[in-house]
Ligand binder design. Structure first.
Ligand code: TXA
Ligand code: MG
Length: 342
């Protein structure tokens, strides 16, 4: 299969129309969103959705997010609309928030991974919204990467992973946020945060009150424990290089520890402007103390780690609060939950 490269910058609405036409016919198109690129297909077409799983090499029990452009589009997808969804939608939609609610019969089992719920999101990216509207259908879209690798934040990342496996990539520039949407389940009495993102737990709680945090956000799930969000149990965001998170009381200790690894075939993931401080090869991932900028750079940095050609790469342990929780959640998975406390 030849993957068409469509450019919104060059071709504007013509590129949108081509993408929508492919989607209406049951094809796969990677589209930009404000978080990461998504691999989209018609959410109501089982065959098209099955091809998403094939192209990504994604396990079949891992459900997909359904993307809509307008609030009224949710009526067809939901069994009923929880009041908390209305409150959160008013505050954060369109935007990087995914809400899990009881699903309607229209949602094929392959989209929900056999669960009786559906994850819904209304992206704010203008190109994503135009494509959904032009196609006139809800779009199922996981991140447009090969399963297990870092999510793509540029069309170039998508091509690297999926060239020849999907019908088209619609280039809409670099994604603003850089990590995937916050995922909250509203399907039961108590809301549960399943995946942290740029919209923080603290912001969500201001609108709907207390929210439980799924254990899997922070800790490795025991192998025989079932995950509330199936995606959490899979290995994620991993370069081939081994990543180890280092937890220290003060930053000097981190720098000393890493520099003591000179001549040991190691590298470091560090902040911008820090490459001079470290005596070993480095990749930067955003600014010190600024988790928004770290979220923005993180996946691109993880994709560059293998180019260092070292065995092990060290990274600091983020403070798991606010957007720091989102950075922590991605890094701890990239590190396969390996943390050294010094
Ligand atoms: O920002 C995003 O959310 C991106 C863009 C493309 O929208 N999409 C994305 O999709 O990250 P994906 O498939 O890579 O991650 C979706 C996560 C997975 O962990 C999946 O298990 C979980 O959401 N999920 C989806 N439907 C669910 C459901 N019904 N119940 C529990 N978890 C669900
Ligand atoms: Mg993903």
């Amino acid at each position: 299969m030849i993957t068409q490269f469509l450019s919104y910058e060059h071709d504007g609405n013509k590129a949108i129309k081509t993408a929508a036409k492919i989607l209406k016919k049951g094809g796969l198109v990677a589209i930009p969103t404000e978080t990461v690129y998504g691999l989209a297909a018609n959410a109501l077409d089982k065959k098209a959705v099955a091809n998403i799983f094939k192209a990504k090499g994604r396990p079949q029990d891992n459900p997909l997010i359904v993307h809509i452009a307008d609030y009224d589009d949710i009526m067809d997808l939901a069994d009923y609309i929880p009041f908390t969804l209305m409150q959160l939608a008013k505050a954060f939609w369109p935007g990087p928030l995914t809400m899990i609610i009881p699903k309607s019969e229209k949602i094929p089992d392959i989209v929900s991974g056999g669960l009786n719920t559906v994850a819904v999101r209304m992206p704010s990216h203008p190109v994503a919204r135009k494509v959904i509207r032009e196609a006139g259908i809800p779009l199922a879209a996981p991140s447009a990467n090969i399963s297990g690798s870092p999510s793509p934040t540029t069309a170039h990342h998508v091509m690297h992973d999926l060239n020849g496996r999907i019908d088209a990539v619609l280039d809409g520039g670099e994604c603003d946020v850089g990590v995937e949407s916050t995922v909250i389940s509203l399907a039961d009495d108590k809301p549960i945060l399943l995946r942290p993102g740029i919209i923080t737990l603290e912001q969500l709680s201001e609108v709907i009150g207390h929210i439980d945090v799924s254990e899997a956000v922070i800790n490795k799930l025991n192998d025989n424990k079932s995950a509330p969000s199936p995606g959490m149990k899979y290995k994620h965001y991993s370069p081939k290089t081994k990543i180890i998170m280092i937890k220290t009381e003060n930053d000097e200790d981190f720098i000393d520890y890493v520099n003591s690894m000179k001549d040991k075939n190691c590298g470091v993931l560090c902040y911008d402007n820090e490459t001079e401080i470290f005596k070993i090869p480095s990749v930067t991932y955003g600014q010190k103390g600024d988790y928004d900028s770290q979220a923005h750079e993180l996946f691109d940095a993880l994709r560059k780690v293998d180019d260092l050609s070292v065995q092990t790469v060290y990274v600091r342990c983020p403070v798991p609060q606010g957007v720091g929780l989102a950075v922590y959640n991605r890094l701890i998975r990239a590190a396969g939950f390996e943390v050294i406390t010094i």
